[in-house]
Design a protein around this ligand. Structure first.
Ligand code: BES
Ligand code: MN
Ligand code: ZN
Length: 498
């Protein structure tokens, strides 16, 4: 998908289709649709269809007009943005995604879209259009032999912003949209193809392309580092594990802070000996989404070049039952020296992350963020709407909350009271790996907290949000790529504030 900019009046742009946002200015349940463009040509061309009452401005409602009067475009596509007073970059991204999905289904290859004048500025507007279009263009049907290649080749973004500013905004939007899609490609792959080894290769190849340092270690190194928690999961699988370490160290970056992004890369989670029911188990190919999120975020960071050191760590392994697999009741010693009594081998994500987080601190991390499809309990609590957020420090919690709001990603903080710590005490070791059903997302986070010491830390439980169950107008069902944009926002701010 290519992007170009056009600074002319939208009415004068010859294209297959001109896409314009319509907002609902009505109060309460009443609708009052109005174009989000003051261009008189476009307003006149849309006048009749808006007067007809067919258009409400409801979010993602599409109205296609052929041969719009007075426009050089062959078609005019109006897309609803919902209530005018609530309109933000979130809706704008989705409008661009909707435009892509709606038009490509009609075999249209190119279109022009008006980047509206947002209060937050034209950079935000242009960036959101580009991000949303790229995210909307992604499809999951890669293994269908009769796959129809329907794609948008070129999008013209119409704006009256300064040329230089607009060009930078397009570039940034492309980096973010492509990086989010890179994460989605990894997550979409089935586990027989996206093995830990393959994940390592993909990280390495990407790193080479964008100028990151990347090392991929195997079982020997994991044992040498005494990562007993990570290895306890990996030992049960015939697929070799991979410890992926990506380093971004730009010239001129201060020695501190050092941000570490640690991802759960369980390429398939059967549950191990505490095996999962077969119903829905195929979904557990996305249990490496946290790792893929960090790989996508590292890609964007390497290309956007904020002046701060960032380390990306992915603990990739399968969780399998076998004659070599760990068993409930086993005791494992983590890299930090803490002893863990295994109650449930299906609580494997926290085990691989325990060593990933400890290793990150050893590598000098001053700020830690982990992402993981960690618990079913988080899905019960927040469904597919919000990412579960945990933090051990109010400062980083505030920085994170601002970052995800700027990125337009929904997240909700959950508690880490010391009382929850009592639920993971073991009678024979330091801690158990499962605190049982009640407060399952919290006790999992409490387990991780045992390994971060006093380093400011954010834990993201993306079990519910990493996978979209149904097609939406603006995005395909399947992997969402959630949290990539927020991680980039956080990193940029960390670089700017030090
Ligand atoms: N990968 C799962 C969590 C999960 C559930 C991800 C649903 C995506 C969708 C995790 O490894 C797991 O199995 N967690 C257990 C923990 C329990 C055994 C303490 C869970 O949530 O049931
Ligand atoms: Mn599990
Ligand atoms: Zn898992």
């Amino acid at each position: 998908m290519n992007f170009n900019l056009n600074f002319d009046s939208p009415a004068e742009i010859a294209s297959e289709c001109l896409v314009v946002t319509v907002l609902d200015h009505g109060e309460g349940s009443a609708n009052q649709a109005k174009l989000f463009s003051s261009n008189t040509g476009v307003v006149e061309a849309a006048h009749e269809v808006i007067q007809s009452g067919e258009v409400t401005g409801k979010a993602y409602e599409t109205t296609l007009v052929h041969r719009p009067h007075g426009l050089k475009a062959k078609r005019l596509l109006l897309i609803g943005g919902g209530k005018a007073k609530n309109f933000s970059t979130v809706e704008l991204r989705r409008i661009a995604g909707t435009a892509v999905r709606f038009l490509k289904a009609k075999n249209i290859k190119t279109f022009a879209i008006v980047a509206p004048d947002l209060a937050s500025g034209s950079v935000d507007s242009i960036k959101s259009v580009v991000e949303g279009a790229l995210v909307g263009g992604f499809d999951v049907d890669v293994y269908k032999s009769d796959r129809k290649i329907q794609q948008i080749d070129e999008i013209t973004v119409v704006t009256d912003a300064d040329k230089k500013v607009a060009e930078t905004a397009v570039k940034e939007g492309q980096i973010l949209g492509d990086s989010q899609n890179f994460t989605r490609v990894l997550v979409n792959e089935p586990s027989n193809r996206m093995t830990p080894t393959r994940m390592g290769e993909m990280a390495q190849q990407m790193s080479k392309e964008v100028g990151l340092k990347c090392e991929v270690y195997g079982a020997d190194k994991i044992k040498e580092l005494k990562m007993g928690a990570f290895w306890s999961v990996a030992q049960g699988s015939d697929e070799p594990p991979a410890l992926i370490v990506m380093t971004y160290e730009p010239q001129g970056a201060p020695e501190k802070p050092v941000l570490a992004l640690v991802g759960k890369g369980v390429t398939f989670d059967t549950g191990g000996i505490s095996i999962k029911p077969s119903d829905g188990m195929e979904k557990m190919k996305y249990d490496m989404a946290g790792g893929a999120t960090m790989i996508g975020a590292m890609r964007a960071i390497a290309l956007l070049k904020p002046k701060v050191k960032v380390i990306g760590i992915v603990c990739a392994t399968e969780n399998m039952p076998s004659g070599k697999a760990q068993k409930p009741g086993d005791v494992q010693i983590a890299m930090s020296g803490k002893s863990i009594e295994i109650i449930n081998t299906d609580a494997e994500g926290r085990l691989v992350l325990a060593d990933g987080l400890h290793y990150a601190r050893q590598l000098g991390a001053t700020h830690l963020i982990d992402a993981a499809t960690l618990t079913g309990a988080c899905v019960i609590a927040l469904a597919a709407v919000n990412v579960g957020v945990f933090a051990n420090d109010e400062g980083i919690a505030k920085q994170w909350s601002e970052a995800h709001k700027r990125a337009g990603e929904k997240m909700w903080r959950l508690p880490l009271d010391p009382e929850y710590g009592d639920m993971i005490r073991s009678s024979i070791a330091d801690i158990v790996n499962s605190g049982g059903r009640w407060g399952g997302a919290v006790t999992a986070a409490m387990f991780l907290k045992e390994f971060v010491g006093d380093t400011p830390w954010i834990h993201l439980d993306i079990a519910g949000t990493a996978w979209i169950e149904d097609n939406k107008a603006w995005i395909s069902k399947g992997p969402s790529g959630v949290a990539v944009r927020s991680l980039v926002e956080f990193t940029k701010e960390l670089a700017a504030s030090k």
